[in-house]
Design a protein around this ligand. Sequence first.
Ligand SMILES: NC(=O)c1ccc[n+]([C@@H]2O[C@H](COP(=O)([O-])OP(=O)(O)OC[C@H]3O[C@@H](n4cnc5c(N)ncnc54)[C@H](O)[C@@H]3O)[C@@H](O)[C@H]2O)c1
Length: 254
Amino acid sequence: MQDRLIGKVIVVAGAGGIGDELARRYASEGASVVLGDIDGERAKAVAVEIAATGAAVVGTYLDGGDEQSIKAIVDLAVATYGGLDGFHANYAGFNAGDSEHDVTTIPMEDFDYVMNVGARGFMLCTRFAVPAMVARGGGSMVYTSSDAAFMGETVRVGYAMSKIAAHALMRHVARRFGAQGIRANVISPGVVAHPRFAEVMPAEIVEEFTRATLIGRLGRPIDIAAMGALIMSDEGSYITGQDISVNGGGLMRP
Ligand SMILES: NC(=O)c1ccc[n+]([C@@H]2O[C@H](COP(=O)([O-])OP(=O)(O)OC[C@H]3O[C@@H](n4cnc5c(N)ncnc54)[C@H](O)[C@@H]3O)[C@@H](O)[C@H]2O)c1
């Protein structure tokens, strides 16, 4: 493990299979980390686990669909650690309506929920994080999207639409705030296996996804965290405005 994030303060918005590992990796490379999740107890428990390694980490409740809650996590990072250098918008709102229906039948409240948490939520993360990073002299916005943004699935239209919104947002941020030292990038994972994923995914689907990759395995949270650490660090200082797939080659895009 390297020490590329020493002195940096990073918010990881959204714990869970991937988010826990983002927090672990950023902390292990030296960052002070604030980990937020709508399951605040989980975020706090993961933070305690990471802090036991000697890292500076706090866990907190975050509702990524709520403006004041998003503002509060940025304020917490600045108040606790003195500023903000990176913000990783990683959460996603899932629901059965979006997972089971197409555009003609999805209940509008389910569509609105997914869009509010995903698209509007990431916009609000940006709205509060960017000024805090500009005040610090620059920083890195990272958004977790998905191959699903490009695949054209028969269901999950809300999920795909909320994810592709992050790509437009990222390009806006990279161009508008680049001169003020802000970099912005999207990581688009392929299928990433972790315990919560295994709970809901039938074995035959896992096999199908595995066959679709070019390297014969599903993604792991550490694969996503490795990319996140690069683009959060100064080693990634020439990477901005990019949509970076981490997907084992399962989907190749121009
Ligand atoms: N696992 C995969 O195969 C995969 C593939 C592509 C993209 N992704 C993306 O990676 C990210 C992480 O997903 P994951 O696989 O770790 O799933 P996960 O379910 O383990 O984590 C998602 C987290 O988001 C939190 N969350 C939900 N609504 C929230 C809200 N309103 N405010 C704050 N937190 C909220 C959940 O509590 C959960 O901890 C998501 O953006 C997901 O879309 C995952």
